[in-house]
Design a protein. Structure first.
Length: 99
């Protein structure tokens, strides 16, 4: 697994980050489960900087739009969040790719 698609620069171009969407896709998990985990452990994530949650519009199945909340995580936050997942093959590979 290449980390080039997992990590990108923050909006202000100062630090490498990833998102809960990227993590969910890489783990083949539902995004709602990953964002719920990030919210549950937000205080832990904040130990490594303020965890950022943003909403973005997505097109719903009926042609309208809905807001989707995503977490934007720095390397330490992403690594911590992934350590809270069970060590399946995909989780271990993602940990390796992020490090």
């Amino acid at each position: 697994m290449s980390n080039t698609s997992l990590v990108f620069m923050s909006e202000d171009q100062t630090i490498p980050v990833t998102t809960s969407e990227v993590i969910a896709t890489a783990l083949d998990k539902e995004h709602k489960d990953v964002i719920a985990l990030a919210k549950k452990y937000q205080a832990d994530l904040n130990e490594f900087g303020l965890a950022s949650f943003k909403t973005k519009p997505i097109i719903s199945g009926k042609g309208g739009t809905q807001d989707k909340e995503i977490a934007i995580l720095n390397e330490q936050q992403a690594t911590l969040l992934i350590t809270y997942k069970r060590n399946s093959d995909k989780v271990r590979k993602l940990k390796i790719a992020l490090v």
